[in-house]
Design a protein around this ligand. Structure first.
Ligand SMILES: NC(=O)c1ccc[n+]([C@@H]2O[C@H](COP(=O)([O-])OP(=O)(O)OC[C@H]3O[C@@H](n4cnc5c(N)ncnc54)[C@H](OP(=O)(O)O)[C@@H]3O)[C@@H](O)[C@H]2O)c1
Length: 161
């Protein structure tokens, strides 16, 4: 198992996004995302990359695409899951997978941690996080919060042996 963590914010139905946008903007949760990705390598699909406001400071960006994209020279571009797994292996450090739906689905079986913001709300969506199987993942509630009448929890899932 590689040193891979998936980090995501999901609703009650595992919803992640709609029209290439996030469904919620919870200020304190965006801070949690920052704290847990700063100084690290972040890997994402091209759609998530284009949904960002720009390059996120102090993080190494790795983007998966099947296309010949011309991105900022600091961005590492990879073209398959296999290539990404080899790259991650070569780094010898924790890599944070930041989305979106396609990428989470392709990497969940290779990851050993899921850092999930579970939001107690539901919204119409077109992108979903994969099912977190109880028999595979051990759940630990890290903290519980509320912002603008929306309750949410930070949960750490670690892979059972
Ligand atoms: N709630 C959250 O925590 C969270 C986090 C991240 C994203 N999101 C949301 O999720 C949505 C985006 O997710 P998405 O599923 O549509 O897209 P995505 O996973 O971000 O990106 C999909 C793209 O990644 C590339 N890709 C995927 N698998 C690949 C492979 N095996 N080899 C090479 N390239 C590969 C392809 O790019 P090309 O088409 O360029 O070939 C594909 O079109 C947005 O709504 C975003 O806001 C939510």
């Amino acid at each position: 198992m590689k040193n891979i963590t998936l980090i995501a914010a999901i609703g009650k139905n595992n919803e992640l996004g709609k029209d290439n946008n996030l469904l919620w903007r919870i200020k304190e949760d965006l801070k949690f995302f920052k704290e847990n990705t700063i100084g690290k390598t972040i890997l994402m699909g091209s759609k998530t990359f284009y949904s960002l406001p720009g390059l996120l400071p102090n993080r190494k960006h790795v983007v998966l695409t099947k296309q010949d994209l011309k991105l900022d020279p600091s961005v590492v571009i990879l073209h398959s899951v296999e290539e990404a797994l080899q790259y991650i292996e070569s780094l010898n450090e924790e890599v944070m997978i930041i989305g979106g739906g396609q990428i989470y689905k392709e990497f969940i079986d290779y990851s050993n941690k899921l850092l999930i913001t579970e939001i107690d709300d539901e919204k119409e969506a077109d992108t979903f996080f994969p099912l977190i199987k109880k028999q595979v993942w051990k759940k630990e509630i890290l903290s519980e919060h509320e912002e603008n009448n929306i309750k949410y929890k930070h949960i750490l899932y670690t892979r059972k042996n």
